[in-house]
Ligand binder design. Structure first.
Ligand SMILES: [Zn+2]
Length: 373
């Protein structure tokens, strides 16, 4: 018997073990009655203990609820569910019914998927809502929460006169969850008694998904925890930037623009520095330069400038320790030098006759020894 159906607010229960069979996950236990909600309808299973031993997973198969434990049990047992976890799921599942019910009634879009997991909660719809519609629906859900309407779960004798939502056709007795004037939906999960208990509803993300959209949302305690974490982040950013909390994004945007301008200015100065350095060099057969930090664009510029000051070839190595990114330009055949590198070191790279590039695993000293030879 599904005790969670009738007593969603109970935390402890007694039951009789009907079977306890060893399996890959430990022991598969079936009881005559249980408060443990199994993984079903997109919702994770309950957590808790039986005789003080942790229940690692709960599933439903052919209307039988299987509890998994690491140790065998028998006879009469005492079970206890993690009620904080359960209550959280009840708040979020009830919140989803309001959201999907309102989207159905206001826009005529259907809920086609639901996942109530430990990391995220999502509901999928067969069409996309606009940004404005999302804001509107969020306020509507919150309004239904304030109205503190009853949430009624029941098995109807006659489905003829009930207009209900359902994602799939259901075999066996159908359980209906009704929120008057808001929603009527076939559902197997425990719910809170009144909409007020949901407390808070917040859409945290909405993305295009298949032909429609996926809404990520949070209710109750999970919404509060999310708010706390985000509030801490925003407050920290606000303090770091000395910016009012409601304007942090403008300040960050300005910071990014400033940073971009600075990067461009640095690149320009580096280019000037490269030019000056190359101008002061005497003409040599080979020119070799090691730099710690230089982007590819400037590295190419450097090697081209350097080539003007030599008769044979120019190489610019960028990096430190024992790994360098190189660009080698030559008046003859750059690929021949690449082969020489490859004879001595671990080298990845390639290129054309006038220029090769790649990475080399060697220290500056080791590379210079090869050049001296
Ligand atoms: Zn449901």
């Amino acid at each position: 018997m599904k005790l969670y159906d009738r007593y969603p607010y109970e935390k402890q229960f007694e039951a009789q073990v009907l079977s306890c069979v060893p399996c890959d996950q430990g022991y598969d236990v079936i009881l005559d009655q249980t408060l443990f909600f199994p993984e079903e309808g997109g919702q994770n299973c309950d957590r808790g203990t039986i005789n003080g031993k942790e229940v690692t997973y709960v599933k439903i198969e052919d209307e039988m609820i299987h509890h998994y434990l690491q140790e065998p049990i028998e006879g009469k047992i005492q079970g206890e569910i993690d009620f904080a976890y359960r209550y959280n799921n009840m708040q979020n599942h009830s919140g989803e019914h309001i959201l999907s019910g309102l989207i159905d009634r206001i826009y005529g879009y259907h809920n086609v998927g639901f996942h109530l997991g430990d990391h995220e909660i999502t509901a999928d719809y067969d069409a996309m809502l606009t940004k404005e519609q999302l804001v509107f629906i969020e306020q509507k859900v919150q309004q239904i929460i304030y109205e503190n309407l009853p949430i009624h779960c029941f098995y109807p004798d006659d489905l003829q006169n009930i207009d209900y939502r359902s994602k799939k056709s259901i075999d066996g007795p159908l359980r209906i969850v009704e929120i008057p004037g808001v929603d009527c939906c076939a559902c197997c999960a425990p719910h809170v008694k009144t909409t007020g208990e949901i407390g808070v509803f917040k859409i945290v993300k909405a993305i295009k998904h298949k032909q429609g959209m996926r809404i990520y949302f949070l209710c109750g305690q999970r919404a509060i925890e999310d708010y706390q974490k985000k509030h801490e982040q925003v407050t920290n950013i606000s303090n770091l930037l000395s910016a009012p909390v409601y304007e942090v994004s403008c300040y960050v945007e300005k910071l990014l623009i400033d940073n971009n301008n600075l990067q461009q200015r640095i690149a320009l100065l580096k280019k000037e520095m490269i030019e000056r350095q190359c101008q002061s060099l005497p003409i040599k057969n080979i020119q070799i330069v090691f730099e710690e930090d230089l982007d590819r664009h400037l590295q190419q510029y450097y090697v081209n400038q350097l080539l003007l000051k030599c008769e044979e070839m120019a190489v610019v190595f960028v990096g430190d320790g024992d790994c360098y990114r190189f660009m080698l330009a030559s008046y003859h055949d750059a690929r021949a030098y690449l082969h020489v590198f490859q004879e001595h070191f671990e080298v990845k790279g390639g290129g054309k006759k006038d220029m090769v590039q790649g990475t080399i695993r060697a220290t500056q000293q080791e590379i210079m020894q090869v050049f001296e030879k």
